[in-house]
Design a protein around this ligand. Structure first.
Ligand code: GTP
Ligand code: MG
Length: 204
């Protein structure tokens, strides 16, 4: 899929104030600093569309971006960031919990996992939460440039094995690097396929 235009629409703390257009929406979620905002910039060919930082906790709001005038990309705050207040942290912040519980336009979410790390409890719990709420998701293993060619498949195989302790089937997954611009085509084609299917008329 070719991205002709991508622009910022609105930032919100309240999911009820998010755009009301009935357009398919794709959200990027994961631990703070995993590379959500960088990935959005990579996908949209725009270095500064979403704000990034090497300090965790940069994205604090629900940020809507409209793509090709017909679908939304959503950048969200990270979870698991130790410096947010205890109350706000209650496993996942309220803003994240509310977004995933209430946002009807959400078609699929991408859970970003740092490809360098061992499976983390909070990510597994978050995917559990999505599963329990019937929210479709894929995994994106990020920062693949930081691993050797030999280590990357090992880490992914290990992650899959861990997932199979809780899941009967594994979600679709992608491997990305915002530095080397890897994974872009596969992720965009995946979104394009869903958007096309949604536009097909319902069978009688
Ligand atoms: P929060 O908004 O704080 O939740 O973080 P985020 O998940 O949006 O992460 P962000 O995109 O701001 O990136 C965090 C840091 O990781 C920045 O210093 C990025 O430059 C770096 N980073 C992101 N993606 C990659 C990647 O693919 N490879 C490498 N090497 N660094 C990356
Ligand atoms: Mg961010």
């Amino acid at each position: 899929m070719h991205i002709k235009n991508a622009s910022f629409v609105i930032s919100n703390t309240n999911v009820n104030k998010c755009p009301t257009e009935q357009l398919p929406e794709y959200a990027f979620i994961g631990r703070s600093n995993v590379g959500k905002s960088s990935l959005i910039n990579m996908l949209t060919n725009n270095k500064s569309l979403a704000k990034t930082s090497n300090k965790p906790g940069k994205t604090q709001l629900i940020n809507h971006f409209i793509i090709n005038s017909n679908w939304f990309l959503v950048d969200l705050p990270g979870y698991g960031y130790a410096k947010v207040s205890k109350k706000a942290r209650s496993k996942f912040q309220d803003i994240i919990y509310d977004y995933f519980s209430k946002r009807m336009q959400l078609v699929c979410s991408f859970v970003l996992i740092d490809s360098r790390h061992e499976p983390q409890k909070i990510d597994l719990e978050f995917m559990q939460f999505l599963g329990e709420n019937n929210i479709p998701f894929c995994i994106i293993f990020t920062k693949s440039d930081k691993l050797t060619k030999a280590q990357l498949p090992k880490n992914i195989a290990h992650y899959k094995k861990e997932m199979l302790r809780y899941w009967e089937t594994l979600p679709t997954y992608f491997i990305s690097s915002s530095v080397e611009k890897n994974g872009k085509e596969d992720i965009l084609n995946f979104i394009h396929k869903i958007n096309s299917d949604l536009q097909k008329p319902e069978p009688n």
